[in-house]
Design a protein around this ligand. Structure first.
Ligand code: PMP
Length: 374
């Protein structure tokens, strides 16, 4: 199997799974119980939270556990919107965002909020002048992904933050789901940050929302005290500890892994560029982990299934997006043919050059078979 769909999810690391299993068996207590088993679990939870915070460069008190980035995104968008509707009713986001942002914005729109979509430049970066012109005293939140899931464009978070900081009543949320473990993200520039652990070889079912400790938002989930007051429910200790493990494995190696994946990326890109009907959608601002391209003349589903027959797994746009056309690709190229044919390869540091070479050979075979079948 060649797995090139790591932005959809990763295969859990053995040591992460082992950690999960051990905690399930050895720490049965609810960390909120007063007895010995509860205290033992609470100690491990606090230790894990402080390490998670350290890896992310944030405070323990800023970590909120969720079920994944979808919940983190819902929590911050709805939590800010409903808490601060007296301040204003405008939210700024972009067409590069994940469906968990876009769909939540549509829901908020039905509830009286106005969503402004900031323009993107031809390299996929946010148009900062347009952002400045959209900002107003009624804007309560700006939500932009550090790296989007389809094209992998890395945004200039510092510059966006500077613009948002001109408006003290407006918060800045960064969806860092595709960035964490791949590039460094500085939480100092940000008020809220979302992520999912299964994107970095962690377990499915846990994500984080990092929230500046002095900001109060409305709860999405009400219930008893969990790890924080922001999300009720028994703390998922095995998932929490396994998240610490996943971060421990990846965070110290960001630069090394980036350089390695860059080599894999270069090889694939140089091969794809040889084909007349291939349009490379990733830009020079895309991180090497994501390669987005369109094969004009072959339906992306047909191509993906033909590759699957060869035990190679790639993706048509993001696994969670809806509709045939990619809004992210369209936002940059304004071309329906390109945006309805987009395909995504997403790499990880665990992929090898051997896999890349096999991919290149099979790609050629499948491309020629489907392109020239008549
Ligand atoms: N944001 C981005 C940028 C993503 O790539 C994803 C996952 N595709 C999510 C949010 C949602 O993550 P999850 O499915 O783990 O909730």
């Amino acid at each position: 199997m060649i797995y090139f769909d790591n932005s959809a999810t990763t295969v859990v690391d053995d040591s992460v799974l082992e950690t999960y299993n051990k905690v399930c068996k050895s720490y049965p207590g609810n960390s909120n119980s007063l007895h010995r088993l509860g205290i033992k679990s609470k100690e491990l939870e606090d230790y894990s939270t402080s390490n998670i915070a350290k890896y992310l460069g944030v405070k323990s008190s800023e970590v909120i556990y969720t079920s994944g980035a979808t919940e983190s995104n819902n929590t911050v968008l709805k939590g800010v919107a409903f808490k601060y509707r007296n301040r204003g009713n405008r939210i700024i986001t972009s067409h590069l965002e994940h469906s968990s942002i876009i769909e939540t914005c549509k829901y908020l729109e039905k509830n009286g909020f106005v969503i402004d979509y900031v323009n993107v430049n031809s390299d996929g970066t946010i148009d900062l002048e347009n952002l400045k012109s959209l900002m107003s005293d009624n804007t309560i939140l700006v939500s932009i992904a550090a790296v989007d899931s389809e094209l992998g464009v890395k945004q200039d978070i510092k510059s966006i933050s500077k613009i948002v900081r001109e408006y003290p009543k407006c918060y800045f949320h960064v969806d860092a789901t595709q960035a964490i473990g791949k590039i460094k993200v500085d939480f100092n520039d940000i008020d809220f940050m979302s992520m999912s652990m299964h994107k970095i070889f962690g377990m499915k079912g846990i994500g984080l929302l990092i929230k500046k400790e002095n900001i109060v938002i409305d709860n999405l989930i009400h219930g008893g005290k969990s790890s924080t007051v922001y999300r009720g429910g028994t703390p998922a200790l095995p998932l929490i500890v396994s998240s610490m493990k996943a971060l421990e494995l990846i965070m110290p190696n960001i630069d090394k892994n980036y350089k390695y994946v860059e080599e894999l990326n270069k090889k694939i890109l140089s091969c794809l560029k040889e084909y007349d009907k291939v349009h490379i959608n990733s830009t020079d601002r895309s991180i090497p982990y994501i390669i987005n391209f369109s094969i004009l003349g072959i339906k992306p589903e047909t191509f993906i299934h033909a590759m699957e027959e060869e035990d190679i797994y790639i993706s048509t746009k993001s696994a969670c997006s809806t509709g045939d056309s990619s809004d992210s690709v369209y936002a940059i190229y304004k071309d329906m043919d390109i945006s309805t044919h987009s395909i995504r390869i997403s790499l990880s540091y665990k992929n090898t050059m051997d896999e890349v070479n096999t991919f290149i050979n099979i790609f050629d075979k499948v491309y020629n078979k489907l392109m020239f079948k008549n």
